[in-house]
Design a protein around this ligand. Structure first.
Ligand SMILES: [Zn+2]
Ligand SMILES: [Zn+2]
Length: 144
């Protein structure tokens, strides 16, 4: 069981398992990924569709034709809306898992970026920014 990677959505309705070594992970800065994640970029981990098993719940999906002309299907929890998987019509053998859905996020090691022409300036984290090991509280800052 050590080799089984598990994950799921925020509310726990959708749970999945993947019984193989995770494929490469990438940052995608495309406009569609920004919209669907509600954040600066998506991080997708490539897996084999035949090995990925949804063990609880049922995803809802939304399909959109990408700039490449390929139909991209994004799957999410119908209860809490957490983005979970991406499928591409051109590569039906693969499913990309959204990195944040894994139970053990330390398994994620992104190796490349795509669509960097579309990256927003705030997707780069400035190492000079104040940072806090826990939540930022009123006590340790002067501004709101
Ligand atoms: Zn959910
Ligand atoms: Zn993208």
């Amino acid at each position: 069981m050590d080799d089984v990677v598990s994950g799921g959505c925020l509310c726990g309705y959708v749970r999945f398992e993947y019984g193989d070594k995770l494929g490469p992970a990438n940052y995608c800065h495309c406009t569609d990924c920004r919209k669907t994640t509600g954040s600066a970029f998506n991080i997708g981990i490539r897996t084999h569709a035949s090995t990925l098993r949804i063990i609880a719940g049922k995803v809802k999906s939304y399909t959109k034709t990408a700039d490449s002309g390929n139909a991209i299907t994004r799957e999410f929890c119908p209860e809490c809306g957490s983005p979970l998987f991406t499928r591409a019509s051109a590569k039906p053998q693969f499913v990309w898992i959204k990195a944040g859905s894994l139970d053990d996020p330390s398994l994620v090691k992104p190796t490349y970026q795509i669509w960097t022409d579309h990256a927003v300036p705030w997707s780069h984290i400035d190492t000079n920014l104040p940072s806090f090991p826990g939540n930022r509280t009123i006590a340790n800052t002067n501004d709101a």
